[in-house]
Design a protein around this ligand. Sequence first.
Ligand SMILES: Nc1ncnc2c1ncn2[C@@H]1O[C@H](COP(=O)(O)OP(=O)(O)OP(=O)(O)O)[C@@H](O)[C@H]1O
Length: 609
Amino acid sequence: EPVEDKRALLDFIDNIYHSRKLNWDEKTSACNNWTGITCNHDNSRVIAVRLPALGFRGSIPENFLQISRLSALQILSLRSNGLGGVFPSDLLKLGDLMVLYLQNNNFQGPLPLDLSVWKNLSVLNLSNNGFNGSIPSSVSNLTHLTALNLANNSLSGDIPDIDIPSLQWLDLSNNNLSGFLPQSLLRFPSSSFSGNNVSSEKPLPPVPPPTAAPKKHSSKFSESAILAIVIGSCAVAFVSIALLLIATNWKKNEEGMSKTNVSSQKKEKSIKRTDSQHRDEKTRLVFFEGCSLAFDLEDLLRASAEVLGKGTFGTTYKAALEDATTVAVKRLREVIAGRKEFEQQMEVVGSIRHENVAPLRAYYYSKDEKLMVYDYYSQGSVSALLHAKRGENRIPLDWEMRLRIATGAARGIAHIHSHSGGKLVHGNLKASNIFLNSKQYGCVSDLGLATLMNPIAPRLTRTPGYRAPEVTDTRKPSQASDIYSFGVVILELLTGKSPVHASGREEVIHLVRWVQSVVREEWTGEVFDVELLRYPNIEEEMVAMLQIGMSCVARMPGQRPKIGDVVKMLEEIRSVSAGNSQSAGTRTPGSTPTLTPYVAEAGSSLGQN
Ligand SMILES: Nc1ncnc2c1ncn2[C@@H]1O[C@H](COP(=O)(O)OP(=O)(O)OP(=O)(O)O)[C@@H](O)[C@H]1O
């Protein structure tokens, strides 16, 4: 047990107001039981203290770090608390510190003049406080710094020449800084300095791009590329520790246990000591794009991880990263694929960049844990947008939006279907896997997992109604079955009904069969969502979309259109009607396009049911 470290922590917590209770008890093991505490491999020292958003008030007790107490600390997070007072000078005793998060507090006064004690510091985030005075020039002595965030303070004066080649992420915005930008900082985007009075106009020779800059896009992953990205730009040890801890933490939460996984701590230690050849399998967190550098995932996830829902393939969590970014982390269950196959598939999925496909940002694979990290879509999925109950902050989806959702999603699917030599299949299309991109077009997510999963086990949780009739537990999804599932989504957008839903008479209705039978009875108008009836002159467009949806759900895979044709047909809906827009208001009754071919097909497929 790290007796002195434990004492220091208890002194700290006893002398500061905090609104959230901690389970720190003198009699229990700090290394194994205490929230927010991580120890080294033999539990002799505390190496990380993460206490975000605990409702601390007041200033950090002075001198709580007497000689040698907590001196092995590498990670300290006290972010998002109400801590005030001047910069806690005790922290300058922590010579091993690598990550310091004090953002979102009420600290005041100047920054310490001499920062050079932090010779290993990699991430420093002091943003959103009330620090004033100038930025100490000793910042340049932090030669291992990769991320520096001093945004939203009251810092003034000139910006010092922070010539640190390892620095990849810098934010000094919204202070009172002035003067000229030093040459060493011209490589950072202007947003790093916005909200100040600094000028970069001084004529200066151009600076070559930094050699240690993160690789922005990486679609091909050699071992060394993965390492370069992860170690070079992301402070790998922290992120991997973080993931290990999230993993154990989530497990803990689920199992109601509160035991820290000591063996993973041992692994974490070995990760830091070893190089690529000896990399433990648990270090494999792979980012697909230059990652945000202050990415202390564990710290942030633990503060605000929230379950978004359970799906076929696992549970998805919402997690806040660094204050502004939020990600969705999908924790996969029932993966039957081996490591190699899994990684290969992730590489394929992660290399897809298209505005209508939700980008996979990172993944993590270990024997016990498989995670996928996506952007978080705050508007929620199309399923949520369509089916949320009235009053639940629901914005009704107007017709334009439904058209954009269908068109965008179809373009995304077309991109997926053209990938990998035309062999890639989405495999899990449904409204809860379609989101809105920044242009408010549909954007498909969650692709390419079907081949990695146990086809039998997830049956219980599979959302019914989207699966093409030919897809069975032994027959894997195909591009044609994607088209069927997408057809169901189109029908869902048109009818506002879930693919399988209870009718008033407690009867289960299958959307596809219901639409087919209504159309066959020539009551076409009855299928459309009542919410759409308030928009004038859209019947023609709705009927055109219904025809597309119905062709996609044809019973025989060979009869379904290819996605390229679906995209074209969807795009034509608008361009045709845009051309007609003048006459639309004076359209004569009876000019609605006929449904005859689809009625015939619907009839025959119903017959086969
Ligand atoms: N990136 C994201 N942003 C916002 N919400 C998301 C994100 N990814 C998933 N969700 C939501 O979280 C919930 C759970 O998603 P998840 O993908 O785990 O299950 P699902 O979509 O219901 O089923 P499946 O596992 O078959 O995809 C769903 O409501 C989904 O819309």
